[in-house]
Design a protein. Sequence first.
Length: 254
Amino acid sequence: MAAIQQQGIPPEVVTYLGLHHIITLSTSSFTGMPHSNTVAFANDEHRLFFHHVKDSTLTRNIRDNKRVSFSVDDYTQDWRKVRELQGVGGCELATADDEGRSLMIMRNKFGKEWSSPGGDLYVLRPFEMHFVDFDYSQVSAAPEVHRQTFQLATLPPPRLVPASTELGRVTFDTNEVIFRPGEGNGDYYVVTAGEVEIRAEGHGVDQTVVRVKAGGMFGDQAALRGQRGQLTAYAVTPSTLLTLDRDSVRDLMM
């Protein structure tokens, strides 16, 4: 992640974070699929630290898209939200220099007997934070909302990079399988001639998901995300396809 000039976290936010132990992180895969998770965290005046298991959805999303949004909430006993800290920031694997610092602040927060829960250590550097307070003192159906904003960094514009547009060409005979569950490598296909059927198979039942004719595009979303594919694709008629590999699709999505 490129270096970004960042200010320190305001003291009132540092104090608020110190009173909380769990934070909700929201991430997005390179295909745009949203995901949220909660983690235990500790912080200093500039960064938040947390651990998470390797190769989870959260860590894969951070690897692919290093911007993260987060929130910490307070509720009353009757489950009315009274305060919320919202923010966005950049997240990445911690460096060796971060290890010692994080260990110290984790033990200060969770106790001297605290030890790493395993997985990788991540550092979250906030770019922007908001205190959102909900005032229920007025007699109305909805609370009055007050927002305080802290701008900690000026983000550079998104970096535009060229995406590969090279397409391979493949042909399939009638009833020939294009990919099966677990076999797809995340490629996407454009049908230039013929017709393709996508099926969900399992438990003795085959279900047609969609038929794709010339001009249509298809692929297995799970395989594209690096997971085990769930679908079967086969040629209904002799078919010619253009292939777009997973990395090229990822470049276009990013």
